[in-house]
Design a binder for this molecule. Sequence first.
Ligand SMILES: NC(=O)c1ccc[n+]([C@@H]2O[C@H](COP(=O)([O-])OP(=O)(O)OC[C@H]3O[C@@H](n4cnc5c(N)ncnc54)[C@H](O)[C@@H]3O)[C@@H](O)[C@H]2O)c1
Length: 252
Amino acid sequence: MNFDGTVALVTGAAHGIGAATARRLHGEGATVVVTDHDADAAAGLARDLGARALGIACDVHDRGSVDAAVDAARAAFGRLDVLVTVAGGSVPTPDPEQVSDEEWARLVDLNLTGTMRCVRAALPLLHESPRPAVVMVSSVNGLAAFGDEPYSAAKAGLSVVAKNYAVRYGPAGIRFNVVAPGTVRTRVWDGQDGALERLAPHYPLGRVGEPEDIAAAIAFLASGDAAWITGVTLPVDGGILAGPLRSMFPER
Ligand SMILES: NC(=O)c1ccc[n+]([C@@H]2O[C@H](COP(=O)([O-])OP(=O)(O)OC[C@H]3O[C@@H](n4cnc5c(N)ncnc54)[C@H](O)[C@@H]3O)[C@@H](O)[C@H]2O)c1
């Protein structure tokens, strides 16, 4: 039980990777603040988890909403030890010749500035924790060219923000790390018929990821086992970045 006695706040925790992370941390003993802009689903997951869980509405686009969620966590539990920022995602945008400033800014706001808002709100409580840790969810899109430029730029930004925060807050003992998932089976792939099956053989490990694969890496980076790890971006990607062309040379 790596997280006994700790309080963790997870953003984007109602579905997919965030929900798996909330379940994992809760299963390892954490009290979990399940936050999401889908307030009903956040409350539902918190109810499922039972004791040591609280569902709170939180839209990372909105500073007031983020600050209020952290305040609610403080009021309920009096502390915060772990922050996991999962809220994010992409929507199709026009080609670079046509993309509007607003479309670009919206994706940067969701995936990068929204994360900063959460860190800013959480820092006063993290400073009071004996074992504070922040884990941000990026993407392999932040590490190589897979399209979706505004989303990818925002995710890439997380890695350098985490490095800077790691250096700035290292002396206070607050660790900042990033997990960069490859393709993960969540609802974002619903409606893209056969996409996951088509992608799986390109992964050296022969399958796409499950939300629990990412939750396990997040739990490790948030835990005391990672006490001397800060400022890193860990790809959790079935090897796709290690050998993107591997599937073209099966005989070698
Ligand atoms: N699924 C993948 O293949 C994949 C790959 C790489 C990275 N990621 C990243 O993992 C994270 C989780 O994605 P997922 O696949 O689990 O998708 P998902 O849609 O299942 O989960 C995203 C969660 O964020 C919440 N959310 C969206 N906008 C929000 C906002 N403004 N404020 C608060 N919450 C908000 C959603 O309600 C949802 O619960 C995202 O940051 C995504 O970019 C996903």
